[in-house]
Design a protein around this ligand. Structure first.
Ligand SMILES: *Cc1c(COP(=O)(O)O)cnc(C)c1O
Length: 412
């Protein structure tokens, strides 16, 4: 049974979180399905950034470190994020990028579990995760071993030699969600620690880090948290590890008392020890707006809408584009699919360029994946309907078959 446009519009009218869309700047004529790579701009961010620049920096100058609470922003925003991902005050901070934070927490985990040498991960993990593992191995002069196994053999490879298991919870290509509770438990059963990359999880699916007994985690601020391009990442370290950690990027902002200016380094007693240098205030301020919006939404309602949007995308694609050899590589089962739907097609790159030309923005992941982000805060059911209209038009007319669309851009 096909769904009519009227029925789809009714779904939007009855959407219990429809009002969140008004909080975002969404350019006219664009259907934005790339919020999993760069979240849309919250309208309030423009004023916050402008006030921070003009009033706090312009007029307040250095006094704003205290008067505008700049100095506490990693802690303040970290605690807000903590409250939305099942962590406690003092367990989450906001700093650097996901890549840098992966380095910090992987090394911390290796130090805690220092009778073992292996960092385990899986093939097809996000490249930065694997590259950082490789960098650590070289830094430790190959005394640390990295093992990158077929995802199907991951649990078999999890043995008494593994010091730390590094996994991404929602896969960046397929959107498959891993069972955080089950895998964390398996890791602990063999005495390994776990580091989760939550880049595609935070802001998208319900998380309960302490409920799952997670050791360490990090994730991006600029994707589903809508913190803006290059926003600082968040970093979680379970409180039980705080006394055992020795931060390796032991900069002065991670010191227990940076403004004592002592020659010796004494780390802060909580997650603040993972701060290195001076917090990037502008980036943090923008991130805070996105985090505030996310924390004010009911994550169960967000997730419920995301599942329905994704399911509608798949249903309409099957109805209108079944003859065009798209392979849906994301799980069809709603409970296993995170915040995007991915299709594989041999002409994927050109198709993505052609649909972008018509106002539908998704992204492309080599070699053949078209990725369409599902962001329930600001997407409508009608957006999905229109997106499929555009894809089917581009396929019917063969508009993608244009030499201009074959030339790869630097960012895809
Ligand atoms: C987007 C993404 C990253 C990006 O890391 P940066 O350091 O912010 O560039 C890392 N891991 C995963 C799984 C991602 O999806």
């Amino acid at each position: 049974m096909t769904i009519s446009k009227n029925e789809i519009q009714k779904m939007d009218r009855e959407d219990p979180i429809r009002e969140f869309k008004e909080k975002f700047h969404l350019p006219k004529g664009i259907i934005y399905m790339d919020g999993n790579s760069l979240g849309a701009l919250p309208i309030a961010t423009q004023k916050v950034i402008s006030d921070t620049v003009s009033n706090e920096w312009g007029d307040g100058l250095i006094t704003s470190w205290l008067d505008a609470n700049w100095v506490n922003s990693p802690e303040r925003i970290g605690n807000k994020i903590a409250s939305c991902i099942g962590a406690k005050d003092g367990e989450v901070t906001v700093c650097d990028s996901t890549s840098v934070n992966l380095f910090k927490i992987l090394v911390a985990a290796l130090q805690i579990n220092n009778s073992r040498e292996v960092i385990l991960s899986e093939q097809g993990n996000f490249p930065t995760d694997l590259y950082i593992m490789d960098g650590i191995k070289k830094l430790f002069k190959n005394k640390i071993e990295t093992k990158i196994v077929d995802p199907k053999k991951l649990l078999d490879a999890l043995d008494e030699n593994v010091s730390v298991l590094l996994l991404t919870q929602v896969h960046y290509k397929t959107g498959l969600i891993k069972d955080m509770e089950k895998i964390t438990k398996k890791a602990h059963e063999v005495g390994a620690l776990i580091v989760w990359d939550l880049s595609h999880s935070a802001g998208s699916i319900p998380l309960d880090l302490n409920g799952c007994n997670v050791d360490f985690a990090t994730g991006c601020g600029y994707k589903f948290l809508n913190g803006g391009p290059g926003a600082p990442a968040f970093l979680f370290a379970a409180s039980r590890h705080h006394t055992k950690c020795v931060p390796v990027l032991s900069g002065w902002f991670g010191h227990s008392n940076p403004f004592e200016f002592t020659d010796d380094y004494f780390p802060a007693e909580d997650v603040r020890m993972f701060l290195s240098g001076t917090p990037p205030v502008l980036g943090l301020k923008a991130l805070e707006v996105g985090v505030d919006i996310f924390c004010s939404a009911d994550i169960e309602k967000l997730r419920d809408k995301a599942k329905k949007l994704g399911a509608l995308f798949i249903k309409l694609l099957n109805e209108k584009c079944s003859q065009y050899e798209f392979e849906i590589i994301s799980p069809i089962e709603d409970n296993l699919r995170g915040g995007h739907v991915s299709l594989s097609h041999k002409n994927g790159y050109a198709i993505m360029q052609a649909v972008k030309e018509k106002g539908l923005i998704g992204d492309f992941r080599a070699p053949s994946v078209l990725r369409f982000g599902i962001t329930p805060l600001y997407m409508t059911y009608e957006n999905i309907y229109e997106a499929i209209e555009i894809i089917s038009k581009v396929m019917d007319s063969k508009e993608w078959d244009n030499p201009e669309y074959m030339v790869r851009a630097e960012v895809t």
